[in-house]
Design a protein around this ligand. Structure first.
Ligand code: SD4
Length: 343
C-alpha cells in the first residue's frame, strides 16, 4: 500500500457514531467539491482508493473505478472474490459503472475475475453494449487481459459457507456489515455469525470531481448463499446505480429485489431533477419501497446514498444500522449513521 494511501486510511478511521456528533456542514448535507461518498463504514477503503484521483483534479470516473478496485482487492471484505458464495459454493460477482455522459457498463454473474468494476468499465468503453453476463462476461474479461483467478473461497467465506450448509436457510439478514462492527470484529474483518448468515456485501461509490462532473460505481458479490444465477440490483443501471450529470447520482445497497422493483437509483436521481434535495430524494424512494409492502419491509434492509451537482448529499434506509463514508477536502473522511424509515 502506498504511504499516502496508508496515511489517508489511518486518518480515516474516525467513526462518527451518531448524527449528533457530525460536523455542521455534514448535518446540512453540504460539502465542497471534490466529494466522494461510499456505502457502509468499509467505504473508508473505497474512498481511500478514489481520493488520490480527486485530489489531483482527476476525473470522477477514474476515482470511482479506483474506489471499486481498492475494495475488491480487500480480500477480508466481502465485496469481490473474498465474498460469500452462492448456494452451490461459487462466488459470482456483479458490478457496474456510469459516467457524466451517461456512458455505462455492467457485468453480472461473473466468476473468477478479481476486478468486476474494471471489466464493467471495459464493457462501457470497448463494446457497443451496456451489460455482459456469466460465461460471456468472463470470456470478454479474459480477452481484455484480466487474469483468471483460482476460484477458491476465502477462508472466511469457506467457514461461513460450511456453517450455512448446516441449515441452508435462505433469508435476508439486515445490516450484516453493521452487526459485524458491533460485534467488535472491525469494519473490514468479516467473519461468520452464529447462524452462519452473512448477506450484505456491496460497495457503492458516487462522487463529484473538481470540474463538477459526477460518476458512480457499484460492486458486489451479491447476497450470500443466493440461488445460482441470481443477480441483484447492483449491476442494473437505474436500480443499483444511476448518474445524471445535470441532476445528481445515487447508489444503493440492501435487498436487491426490493430496489429493482422501484428502479431505485433512477427514482432518487429523477426526484433530484425535479427539485428534491438528495436527502428528500432518498427518503421518498425508501418510502416508496416500504409502501409497497410495509409488513415485508420490517424484515429487509434497503438503503440509498445520493449527491447532487452542488455537492449536497443525502442518505436514508429502511432500518437503522446503515452507515456511509464521506470524504472531501475539508473533512477528509467520516463515517456517518444514516437516518431510517423505521426506528
Ligand atoms: C444484492 N444489493 O445483491 C445487493 C446486496 C447488498 O450489501 O447490498 N449487500 O441484492
Amino acid at each position: 500500500m502506498k504511504k499516502s494511501r496508508r496515511r489517508f486510511l489511518q486518518n480515516s478511521l474516525v467513526l462518527v457514531p451518531a448524527l449528533g456528533c457530525a460536523p455542521l456542514s455534514y448535518l446540512n448535507g453540504e460539502a465542497k467539491k471534490p466529494l466522494v461518498l461510499s456505502t457502509w463504514d468499509s467505504g473508508v477503503i473505497a474512498n481511500a482508493g478514489a481520493w488520490p484521483v480527486l485530489q489531483s483534479e482527476g476525473r470522477a470516473l477514474d476515482a470511482v473505478e479506483q474506489g471499486g478496485i481498492a475494495i475488491e482487492d480487500h480480500i477480508s471484505c466481502c465485496v469481490g472474490l473474498g465474498g460469500n458464495p452462492d448456494r452451490d459454493g461459487f462466488v459470482t460477482l456483479d458490478a457496474c459503472i456510469m459516467d457524466e455522459k451517461a456512458n455505462c457498463g455492467s457485468v453480472a454473474f461473473l466468476e473468477r475475475i478479481k476486478h468486476p468494476v474494471s471489466v464493467a468499465r471495459k464493457v462501457m468503453e470497448e463494446t457497443p453494449h451496456v451489460m455482459l453476463v456469466g460465461e460471456g462476461a468472463q470470456q470478454f474479461a479474459l480477452e481484455q487481459g484480466f487474469p483468471l483467478e483460482d476460484g477458491k473461497l476465502s477462508p472466511d467465506a469457506e467457514k461461513a459457507y460450511k456453517k450455512w450448509l448446516e441449515k441452508s436457510a435462505y433469508k435476508p439478514v439486515k445490516n450484516i456489515e453493521r452487526t459485524q462492527l458491533n460485534k467488535g470484529k472491525g469494519p473490514y474483518a468479516p467473519s461468520m455469525f452464529d447462524d452462519g448468515s452473512f448477506n450484505h456485501d456491496t460497495m457503492g461509490t458516487i462522487c463529484i470531481d473538481s470540474h463538477g462532473d459526477l460518476s458512480g460505481m457499484c460492486t458486489t458479490s451479491g447476497m450470500g448463499f443466493k440461488m445460482r444465477g441470481r443477480v441483484g440490483d447492483s449491476p442494473i443501471i437505474g436500480s443499483g446505480l444511476f448518474v445524471d450529470n445535470e441532476a445528481g447520482a445515487a447508489v444503493a445497497t440492501g435487498q436487491g429485489e426490493e430496489i429493482i422493483r422501484i428502479s431505485g437509483c433512477h427514482l432518487v436521481v429523477e426526484l433530484m431533477r425535479n427539485g428534491a434535495t438528495p436527502q428528500d430524494a432518498c427518503e421518498k424512494a425508501i418510502a416508496r419501497i416500504v409502501k409497497r409492502d410495509p409488513v415485508k419491509a420490517k424484515d429487509f434492509q434497503a438503503c440509498f446514498i445520493a449527491i447532487n451537482k452542488k455537492g449536497e448529499h443525502g442518505a436514508f434506509a429502511v432500518h437503522p444500522g446503515f452507515n456511509y463514508t464521506i470524504s472531501d477536502m475539508t473533512q477528509e473522511n467520516k463515517v456517518l449513521d444514516s437516518k431510517s424509515y423505521f426506528s
